[in-house]
Design a protein around this ligand. Structure first.
Ligand code: EPZ
Length: 417
């Protein structure tokens, strides 16, 4: 999907949203499917640009990977160790496809991964962990070449920071390595738990996912399975913040509020109504929104860094001060030099022309536009499409005035939702 988003703000949101599967679970699961010797089916996957990029990576490795309705099916043994450079450069998560290739083929070649420009985002933790498991990693310009001449072996690894991606890389490597791996200082995000559940369903032996110590016994081969990835807590957070900013009442179903509770608690503190169910939540805002004071992001179970720009957009509509410090990424907020964004009460948002700086920053601009008086245009929407499928129609269904507008070269305007 291309095209600008045109939003006329000032309308409250009302209705129900079913939260789709999580991008940040689906991408590692697609990487994990490279370890499986029989077909993998991921059920009800949203049509995201990053999912398409992942399919291209799987195809470049020699697998058959494609859509069957809303499911994705991956089959075939990877036979090519070099990942498609265009696809790999486009997305940070491309690095996750290396460990399985290394485990199965003894070699993986890629380019340094791209992704949202929200900080330096090195891959040293991925590489040093793999090196402890027997891999030799070398960079040649933008290319990254990993070899494991004698295969991967289990190791005792301690991460200096609980990186989500490095934990996923090392889980994938350990599941197929020879012997036992103990990973200390691991990330505890729910997407790690989902990856471990998938691997175990395929015959792996992973214990302790969701805690900071994960133990894995390597297996020679894994089978495939049919798996429904967990719900997207950041998409749920997006709609919760949109309701806080624009007002109204939105029910978010299919996503346990537990996995984004810190965000919901801050919204409650700001004056929103939040009614918790086991797998759903109702967020409402009819009165004024107040500032949240000082809040911080952190690694799970703290407030997610990906939710910070979304919350900031809601804070823009509050009648008193808020500040958010992001301790995970040093350039999370494109509009400030430091890690802390301070938001003072203003005289009300007005529609504007803006460009998405990155995925969550782009979604935040949409939220702000929903709350603003008048018309806004958000360009650079390909960045938003990386993580939101059907964002505009979902918001339109809740009563927002939002549409996609393509600007073909002949000057005629095409509209689509
Ligand atoms: C994952 O990125 C998510 N992406 C990000 O979501 C999310 O913001 C992030 O985790 C934190 O929750 C996917 O799951 C595909 P990290 P990842 O490794 O794995 C430093 C979104 O909008 N670090 O936990 O790249 C790094 O620089 C995206 O959906 C190293 O120093 O995050 C950062 O400061 C954006 N060396 C911190 O750790 C390493 O080798 C956290 O990064 C790896 C990371």
């Amino acid at each position: 999907m291309e095209g600008d988003l045109i939003i006329t703000g000032g309308r409250p949101l009302n209705g129900t949203v079913r939260i789709p599967a999580a991008k940040n679970s689906v991408l590692p699961l697609l990487a994990a499917s490279l370890l499986c010797s029989s077909p993998v089916r991921l059920r009800a996957v949203p049509e995201l640009a990053d999912v398409d990029t992942s399919l291209q990576l799987l195809q470049s490795a020699g697998c058959e990977a494609g859509w069957q309705g809303s499911d994705i099916v991956v089959q075939g043994v990877p036979g090519v160790c070099r990942l498609g450079a265009d696809a790999a450069a486009r997305m940070r998560a491309s690095i996750l496809f290396c460990a399985p290739l290394l485990a199965r083929l003894g070699r993986a070649e890629t380019v340094l991964p791209g992704g949202c420009r929200i900080g330096a985002r090195p891959v040293d933790l991925h590489l040093s962990g793999l090196a402890q498991m027997g891999a030799v990693c070398r960079a040649e310009g933008e290319r990254l070449i990993l070899t494991a001449p004698s295969g991967l072996h289990g190791a005792e690894i301690t991460l200096r920071f609980p990186s989500v991606g490095a934990t996923e890389t090392l889980l994938l490597a350990a599941a197929a390595a020879q012997g036992k791996t103990v990973l200390r200082g691991a990330a505890r995000e729910p997407e790690i738990v989902d990856l471990a559940a998938f691997l175990n369903r395929c015959g792996a032996c992973v214990q302790g996912a969701g805690s900071s110590t994960i133990r894995v016994e390597g297996r020679r081969s894994l089978s495939g399975c049919s798996f429904a990835p967990m719900a997207d807590r950041i998409v749920a957070s997006t709609f919760a913040c949109a309701c806080a900013a624009a007002g109204g009442r939105v029910e978010l179903t299919g996503c346990a509020p537990e996995i984004y509770r810190p965000l919901l608690e801050i919204l409650e503190q700001m004056g929103c109504g939040v009614k918790y169910g086991p797998e759903s939540v109702v967020v409402s805002r009819f009165g004024r929104l107040h500032g949240a004071g000082k809040v911080f992001t952190g690694v799970y179970p703290a407030l997610a860094t990906d939710a910070a720009p979304l919350l900031a957009a809601a804070m823009l509509t509050a009648d008193s001060e808020s500040s958010i410090e992001d301790v995970v990424f040093e350039r999370r907020f494109a509009c400030t030099e430091g890690r802390t964004l301070c938001i003072l009460p203003g005289t009300g948002l007005k529609g504007a022309n803006t460009a998405a700086p990155d995925l969550r920053g782009g979604a935040a601009l949409v939220i702000a536009a929903l709350a603003a008086q008048g018309k806004s245009r958000v360009t650079n929407t390909a960045l938003i499409d990386r993580g939101y499928a059907g964002f505009a129609p979902m918001l339109a269904k809740l009563g927002s005035e939002i549409r996609r507008e393509t600007r073909p070269s002949d000057g005629t305007e095409k509209k689509r939702h």
